[in-house]
Design a protein around this ligand. Structure first.
Ligand code: SF4
Ligand code: ZN
Length: 322
């Protein structure tokens, strides 16, 4: 079977059954089409799909002024499809540029899941000759996620997200990174916008803005933020780097999971919904650009990391008090 988007495991609602693609031709070169680009609506063969994908990532980098000469870019590499594709495509696009690329993998300590994805992270960084730095929750916070989250009221994803973000920022900063690149795609971004709307959390909503430098925080860039999850997956398949990773055992317990299903349903019934959610958010951001939308940061009194109050979110969740 030729590679196609229908081979990707993208959950329950995001796939389109499009066997007719097998009989259709690329609108540029007449080779067999593998997908219809959601951006141009053109049918594309494997090589033109990949070229369009890389062009779109390069445009996102340029339009967002995400990378400058001399940057040392840390790529947050989980070993899942998004971060794997991100590392691969950045390595390709930035070849010959005056920037350095390295990867950071956080081992949260999730039994039966992270062993495989960490293996993928090691393999892809070796294949691409990219230096990889491994950090574990056990070393950083004294325990694995499985133990930290056991018997607690909050979902494991709450601990995982907060602690990983903290560990990534600290590692990137300690390793001299000037940018921290994450593999968030359009689906992730639309979900995050919707989650913050639903929670009424405007502060956190504005923190999604990729361009607000803050003291102690390595600026984050999200080069895949305009590209749909299924297109990231297809690119991974076509590039031969798609990892057949298992699903995290905690994934179904999060609010994000419910929002993902909802957004996939809306996208299926009203194509373009995810893109319009993100564009709407960006319009709000640009109209609010001059306002002090986010609370100034101080340093956590326990760990010294940037925090909104005197205790950072990681120390708060871990119940640290001194
Ligand atoms: Fe962490 Fe939740 Fe993602 Fe699993 S699904 S890796 S617990 S954020
Ligand atoms: Zn702290």
């Amino acid at each position: 079977m030729s590679p196609s988007i229908n081979n990707c495991d993208l959950g329950d609602a995001d796939l389109e059954d499009r066997p007719e693609l097998n009989k259709m031709r690329c609108s540029i070169c007449e080779d067999a089409a593998v997908a219809r680009s959601s951006r141009s609506r053109k049918l594309l063969c494997s090589s033109h799909f990949m070229e369009a994908f890389e062009d779109q990532v390069a445009e996102t980098l340029k339009a967002g002024r995400m990378i400058e000469d001399g940057d040392r870019i840390a790529v947050a590499l989980s070993g899942g499809k998004d971060s794997t594709v991100l590392l691969y495509v950045l390595k390709k696009i930035l070849a010959g540029e005056a920037v350095e690329l390295f990867a950071i993998t956080i081992d949260e300590g999730i039994k039966g899941y992270r062993e495989d994805t960490i293996g993928y992270a090691r393999r892809i960084s070796e294949d691409l000759c990219v230096e990889l730095k491994m950090i574990s929750f056990r070393d950083e916070f004294g325990s694995d996620l499985d133990r930290i989250a056991k018997g607690r009221d909050q979902a494991p994803c709450t601990f995982c997200g907060v602690l990983r973000k903290s560990a990534l920022n600290r590692a990137a900063r300690d390793l001299g990174a000037t940018k921290l690149a994450t593999g968030h795609n359009l689906d992730d971004e639309a979900q995050s916008v919707m989650m913050n709307y639903l929670k009424g959390d405007i502060e956190r909503l504005f923190r999604l803005s990729p361009r607000r430098p803050r003291p102690g925080l390595v600026p984050r860039i999200k080069p895949l933020r305009h590209i749909a999850e299924k297109e990231v997956a297809l690119y991974g398949i076509l590039a031969g780097v798609y990892p057949e990773a298992p699903e995290c055992p905690y994934a179904h317990s999060s609010l994000r999971f419910e929002i993902r299903r909802m957004m996939n349903g809306l996208e299926r019934d009203h194509p373009g919904t995810k893109g319009s959610v993100l564009r709407g958010f960006e319009k709000i951001l640009s109209s609010a650009e001059d306002r002090p939308a986010v609370t100034p940061l101080s340093c956590c009194r326990i760990c010294g990391e940037p925090s909104v109050g005197d205790l950072c979110k990681a120390c708060h969740l871990l119940g640290r008090s001194r």
